[in-house]
Design a binder for this molecule. Structure first.
Ligand SMILES: [Zn+2]
Length: 210
């Protein structure tokens, strides 16, 4: 196979992707066995995030865009887990003041075009505006993972709104295992005397003709 002329795009390393944009921005931070990670710790990571968010062709992976996103992520973090304070709300409103939606009638019908001023605020503004949409739709479905050591957030789209974990496979199973061990009681040793015979043999196994 001939070598590719373009370098393959770095893959998104995050454990949880595909959440609405505001929560997806929060989920650029995560903690795993290696410790805390931050996809927005570098411009390369920002480029990965912009691609994942479908914003790579609208925004440059540059320092101003990154700073706007970090600022907005802090504002969202201050709102999402606690009772929102006036300061937290005004921090988000400062972000929202950087953009607006422009409506126009296009050849195929009505069009909406988000705009930001300066333009590097666009991804941050979109994330902030997305959070308002979630609050408008179902604020109780904006959740943090129930694992206290996990910092991921998600929008609960289950029918009964009973999702508790970022991932059943990771945090859910860990919690299930923890509660299983907590419930488990030491079992009394079996009453029947251990059979004489070769160790490790299944009791009641057909004799192997010693
Ligand atoms: Zn989790």
């Amino acid at each position: 196979m001939p070598p590719s002329t373009t370098r393959p795009a770095a893959e998104d390393p995050r454990p949880l992707t595909g959440e609405p944009l505001s929560l997806d921005l929060l989920n650029t931070r995560w903690i795993d066995a290696d410790g805390p990670h931050d996809l927005l710790g570098t411009l390369e990571g920002l480029a990965v995030w912009l691609r994942s968010a479908g914003l790579a062709d609208q925004s440059a992976a540059d320092r101003p865009t990154l700073d706007a996103l970090l600022h907005t992520r802090d504002a969202l973090l201050a709102l999402v887990d606690d009772q929102p304070t006036t300061e937290a709300a005004s921090a988000l409103n400062d972000v929202l003041a950087h953009g607006s939606v422009h409506h126009r009638l296009g050849p195929d019908g009505p069009e909406t075009h988000p705009r930001a001023e300066p333009p590097h605020w666009l991804p941050a503004w979109l994330a902030a505006a997305d959070y308002l949409t979630l609050l408008d739709t179902a604020p109780q479905r904006v959740k943090g993972c129930a694992n206290p050591r996990c910092v991921l957030h998600y929008y609960d789209t289950t029918k009964n709104g009973g999702r508790r974990w970022c991932s059943m496979a990771v945090c859910g199973n860990r919690a299930k295992a923890a509660s299983h061990y907590a419930r488990a009681r030491p079992r009394p040793a079996p009453r029947s005397a251990p059979r004489a015979g070769s160790a490790g043999e299944e009791p009641g196994a057909p004799g192997t003709g010693s």
